[in-house]
Design a binder for this molecule. Sequence first.
Ligand code: ZN
Length: 338
Amino acid sequence: MRALVYYGARDIRVSEVEKPEPGKGDVLIRVIACGICGSDVHGYLGITGRRIPPMIMGHEFTGIVADTGEDVNDISKGDRVTVYPTRFCGSCSFCKTGLTNLCINRTVLGVMDVNGAMAEYVVVPKNTIIKLPNNIDPIQGTMLEPLGVVYRAVKNAPNILNNSVLIAGAGTIGLLLLQLVKLAGANPVIVTDINESRLDIAKKLGADIVLDPEREDIKDALSKLNIDGVDVAFEAVGAESSVNQVLNSVKNRGTSILIGNSQRDITVNMQNIVTRELKIFGSYTYTIEEFKATMDVINRIDTESIISKVISLEESPRVFEELAQKSSNLLKVVIRLD
Ligand code: ZN
């Protein structure tokens, strides 16, 4: 089969590899569409250490069941599906309370050395398969994965009805967050990014205020609104500057939800956290039940404005390099395989 194989930093090529076989309890999926995640681009650059070459990336995808292994009963050839990309054990203390995202034995499809879905076929365990409803098309369906991340992050936040919210980062996650917090009644919603075209999309998708933190001081912008800081801030970049921006923009006792995950060590102002009694939470992916819940949310969200383009597998090495450029205006790119 054809697959996009990651061979090392900035070296990714379409190669002929062996088609995987479904073992006991596994399902073989013919991939229709797979999104490129920001973490895949970081992996491509070889900076996170979370992609061990040679391997196949890809965890945001939809497809059709092509074959089933032994001991698979309620899934049939031809079913349209998406996949919860975390393989979880089902028996650890976290799985037992439904926190499959925090399973201590977890592995993630298309991460480290586990082959993912930027290929014609991928094998996954049956307990991670979710049937795709007919009203979700396969390209839109690739957005269920980032939507899951956002769904959990909003669930991890305190009530945001009529409260002020700041979102740092207007990439795919930030723009989905914007729409979910608006649906939950947040007001006003401020979105920050250093890319003007992303801010334009944020404005179009309902942001009350957009601003570039390198050009405009956020404290000044908030004081113009007569706000002493926002109630809740979400960090969707993962960089030191944006984490500090979030911690500085919340009001005393305000809540910061950290989602971005690209830098291991950063420096924060500890006294700012202690003397203002800030609350800080991490939010990591989503549980399998939260993933199922996104099926009911996705049709209330504009995903078309976030998908910049749909490309072929052959075009994908060039587009990975384009996504890696700081000047890129691309948001979500989806690889179509059928
Ligand atoms: Zn577990």
